[in-house]
Ligand binder design. Structure first.
Ligand SMILES: O=C(O)c1cc(=O)[nH]c(=O)n1[C@@H]1O[C@H](COP(=O)(O)O)[C@@H](O)[C@H]1O
Length: 271
């Protein structure tokens, strides 16, 4: 998918919501546990109830890898379901990969080619040759961790190296990499104060913004400093949406939560 197609979908749906499919079997409604594939059954119900409210889904692969072969199968079925039924929706494999070049090439093949995701999250710290293999795929996107939502972001990312914060160096340096037009960046919603500085370095790139909902980030603040002329934001909420209820009505409850965020977004987009 191109960023133009993503932006068109944002305008059409009045939404830049990304729903995180972080499925934990201890949190899903107990009645699903008797199904042959409870993770996929849960995801399918969530997708069926929310696809008109969001423009992206982001399964975090940890929640699938934790269940071994069965979990990976559920991930495969989820991306196939999305690509078959909602090809206009942007998909993110939140895998946070990155390794020496030939290994990154295999990660890129796994997520962007074999599974068929539109994008994958990648850690930048092994540098250019660890990221460029992901950038080779046409109309696929590499979402580089810039300034993450967690407390630990202050351990390294905001520390100055050669007089400039490390996250700024990641933004600046990565712009010169081959096919860098395929880059997007992760910036946590909990770091709203940093968005203005970030936009000075990468005015046009899409930002994946996790951390609203369960982690307490503020949507309005994020938009005030992070939005660009083409919107340029995908705001993610996982637990705050998918675990709104663990009764039989869980999918409708998730849709209600997604709608609350979408309506806030619509107001912001139309102001
Ligand atoms: O790459 C991410 O998506 C990510 C980066 C980051 O800085 N912080 C962050 O929370 N995430 C992911 O975004 C999701 C947030 O989930 P909730 O806090 O439940 O909305 C999880 O899948 C996290 O792994």
């Amino acid at each position: 998918m191109t960023t133009q197609q993503l932006t068109a979908q944002i305008k059409k749906k009045n939404s830049f919501l990304c729903i995180g499919l972080d499925v934990d079997l201890t949190k899903i409604p107990p009645h699903l546990l008797t199904q042959e594939d409870p993770i996929f059954a849960f995801n399918k119900a969530i997708i069926d109830a929310t696809h008109h409210l969001c423009v992206a889904y982001k399964p975090n692969t940890a929640f699938y890898e934790a269940y071994g072969l069965k979990g990976w199968k559920s991930l495969e079925k989820t991306i196939q379901y999305l690509n078959t039924n909602h090809p206009e929706i942007f998909t993110i494999a939140d895998a946070k990969r990155g390794d020496i070049g030939n290994t990154s090439r295999m990660y890129a093949k796994a997520f962007l080619e074999d599974l068929g995701f539109d994008s994958v999250t990648v850690a930048p710290y092994m540098g250019k040759d660890s990221v460029e293999p992901f950038l080779e795929f046409k109309d696929k996107h590499t979402i580089l961790l810039a300034l993450t939502s967690n407390e630990g972001a202050f351990d390294f990312q905001t520390k100055a190296v050669d007089g400039r914060e490390l996250y700024k160096q990641v933004l600046e340096t990565s712009k010169s990499w081959k096919n860098s037009e395929n880059l997007m960046y992760v910036v946590g919603a909990t770091k709203a104060a940093y968005f203005a500085d970030i936009r000075k370095i990468i005015p046009n790139s899409f930002l994946l913004v996790p951390g609203v909902g369960a982690q307490g980030g503020d949507l309005k603040e994020v938009c005030k400093y992070g939005m660009n002329a083409a919107v340029g934001l995908l705001v993610n909420s996982s637990r705050g949406i998918i675990y709104a209820s663990n009764d039989e009505n869980f999918a409708e409850a998730a849709a209600e939560k997604a709608k609350e965020l979408q309506q806030e977004m619509a107001v912001i987009l139309n102001n």
